[in-house]
Design a protein around this ligand. Structure first.
Ligand code: ATP
Ligand code: NCN
Length: 205
């Protein structure tokens, strides 16, 4: 549980995990489990992005499919929950908007936002980055062989770096493997693999 404030009220600690999740994979799950163990948030909320405005050329699986796959990936994890608000919002999915909503809905809560080094490196380009870093502690892990390094131009921020052992899995690699007819269960687990097969996602057209 969180810290008690001066009135003895325990603050809720929420870890927010945003992603395209196209599809979600075991690298995402390892990251979330590591955060749960290391930081013990009261809840860890998975937030599939509606329209990731920085990936304008990527044709993604429908939000309903990506949400359904996240639901399958986290089905046996009681501290994890799926939140579809970014899929329901019109326009681009800005993390600043999402953090403002969580902060308004959970007064006094401690918010953490989970990202890999690839997104941390891009954070200065995010919409209203000052709001993002003022509302959430960034929880960052190495990614793709890159250690966690603060990018130039990022405003002062609260940072937790976690030494997650790297799992070299990406959604891109999963999509490529499906297109080549390979077994993707080792990358996404049996539940997500069977969802992808039964909905014929990511197959070569
Ligand atoms: N294997 C992994 N280890 C640690 N963090 C990861 C891993 N894969 C993704 N992440 C992080 O999870 C978040 C969401 O990632 P995303 O859904 O874009 O998956 P991705 O594998 O990076 O996708 P793509 O290959 O399509 O770019 C990002 O912050 C990303 O850095
Ligand atoms: O708010 C922004 O400007 C912004 C720009 C790029 C990425 N994000 C968020 O960062 C999270 C990870 O993005 P991605 O592309 O690595 O899946 C996801 O929740 C995105 O909505 C947010």
């Amino acid at each position: 549980m969180g810290e008690r404030d001066a009135d003895g009220v325990v603050a809720l600690r929420l870890a927010l995990f945003g992603g395209s999740f196209d599809p979600p994979h075991l690298g995402h799950l390892a990251f979330a489990r590591f955060v749960q163990q290391a930081l013990g948030p009261d809840q860890l909320v998975w937030l599939p992005a509606g329209r990731q405005w920085q990936k304008p050329d990527q044709v993604m699986a429908a939000g309903s499919h990506r949400a359904a796959m996240v639901a399958r990936l986290i089905a046996s994890e009681p501290q994890f929950r799926l939140d579809e608000r970014e899929l329901q919002r019109r326009g681009p999915s800005f993390t600043a908007d999402t953090l403002r909503e969580f902060s308004g809905e959970n007064p006094g809560a401690e918010l953490m936002f989970l990202i890999g080094q690839d997104q941390y490196a891009r954070l200065p380009t995010w919409y209203q980055v000052e709001t993002v870093v003022s509302l959430a502690t960034l929880v960052v892990v190495p990614r793709g062989g890159e250690a966690v390094v603060t990018p130039p131009g990022l405003p002062p921020h609260r940072l937790r770096v976690l030494a997650l052992p790297e799992l070299p899995i990406s959604s891109t690699a999963v999509r490529d493997a499906v297109a080549q007819g390979q077994d993707i269960s080792p990358m996404v687990g049996a539940e997500v693999a069977s969802y992808i097969a039964s909905h014929r996602l990511y197959e070569k057209k």
